[in-house]
Design a protein around this ligand. Sequence first.
Ligand SMILES: Cc1cc2nc3c(=O)[nH]c(=O)nc-3n(C[C@H](O)[C@H](O)[C@H](O)COP(=O)(O)OP(=O)(O)OC[C@H]3O[C@@H](n4cnc5c(N)ncnc54)[C@H](O)[C@@H]3O)c2cc1C
Length: 408
Amino acid sequence: MPLPDQLFLPTRAASLGHLRDFVPLAGQAYGARRNYDLGAGRHGENVSCLSPYIRHRLITETEVLEAVLTRHSPKAADKFIQEVFWRTYWKGWLEMRPAVWQAYRAELGWQLDRLKTESGLRRVWQDACAGQTGIAPFDHWAKELAQTGYLHNHARMWFASIWVFTLGLPWTLGADFFMRHLLDGDPASNTLSWRWVAGLQTRGKAYVATASNIETYTEGRFSGVTGLADSAHIPEGPDNPAPIALPDLAPLGDGPTALLVHSDDLGLGDLTRAVPEPLGTAILGDIGHRSPLEMSPHVQAFVDGAVQDTLTRWADKLGPVSRMVPEGVADWAASLGARQVATLYAPVGPVADDLAAINQALKAKGIPLIRLRNPYDSRAWPHATNGFFRFKEKIPALLGAMRGFEVV
Ligand SMILES: Cc1cc2nc3c(=O)[nH]c(=O)nc-3n(C[C@H](O)[C@H](O)[C@H](O)COP(=O)(O)OP(=O)(O)OC[C@H]3O[C@@H](n4cnc5c(N)ncnc54)[C@H](O)[C@@H]3O)c2cc1C
């Protein structure tokens, strides 16, 4: 199925094109203009639109930061650099608190069950998802999201706030709606941003959208919006759990090795360098597990395209390639005579859940699953122990380490 918005061609070449076009804007211009939602078709004028690519690592955070720092000083590009590190921070935060992801999925299951029996709730939810609430900007964003797979950050904040506080819908159903439609749908950034808007992430601090803020930052496209909640009724929820240590990773051993590729990290450089002559490669490309409901076909089309692009670019390094469901991996690896299976680390989320199940099945056959974590993630994630303010202080050292300087 063709993508609804050709802005997001699912190729590395397209991601590099976006980066090249955006780099000149990444300095003070981004800091001054990034909060304006100019509407579909104009997003590239003030924000990068790189998130679907970074999310699946068709391009990496390191590549994006390097390119921006080649053109701008760290001070001039401060805002943009911080935004990229927000993604890193959210991933590290969730990685050290996997219980928050599990609680989200459990709560979502319960809320989806409520939809089956509570017709009033179901009607409000259906209207919100279809963009038929009568709140003009909200309805516009619901349709823009469904059609393009992307929303500006400010629109995501307004949308989530109206969903929770004006429409009174459970935040988990909203996070799931985003997950089903966003090309960049990401367990950490999405779940934790929804929790932040709802007042659960930073306890007691919620985000309440106002008509005047919407009018200003849409440059008057939506003026005089009425009926928005002017206060936050923060949902109940337990305190955030204390961070746990990142898992220790077993090193890659010698001997015949098969590769496992998944859509959480399509940057195969490190993997193919570590295993230059694999027996073969299994691909997990299905993303149905991102939601208990049906995923939007354009998200699956984006991921299919991204996987295909990756396979084409790395064809001579992968050996025979087989598309596979998770349940098939252990038998496949055993049939190849693999002594180990190597894969790129998947952060907390549905792919990591699949890898855990695959690990068990491989273990039963005496084949270890070796996960290789990107050094950028390994260095940054352990600092996500508190709020972003504390994490931010580490950015200069993390940038230094990324560029090969001593970490201070
Ligand atoms: C309710 C809500 C849900 C969200 N869900 C997701 C999601 O599922 N996936 C996702 O990638 N982002 C999510 N975000 C964060 C943010 O909206 C997007 O990353 C950003 O809008 C992507 O557009 P861009 O690439 O043009 O961003 P730019 O402004 O160009 O930023 C550059 C890069 O920095 C990172 N970034 C920017 N803003 C944020 C942010 N607030 N949090 C984390 N990283 C950020 C992204 O990697 C982005 O590509 C969500 C935000 C909110 C408020």
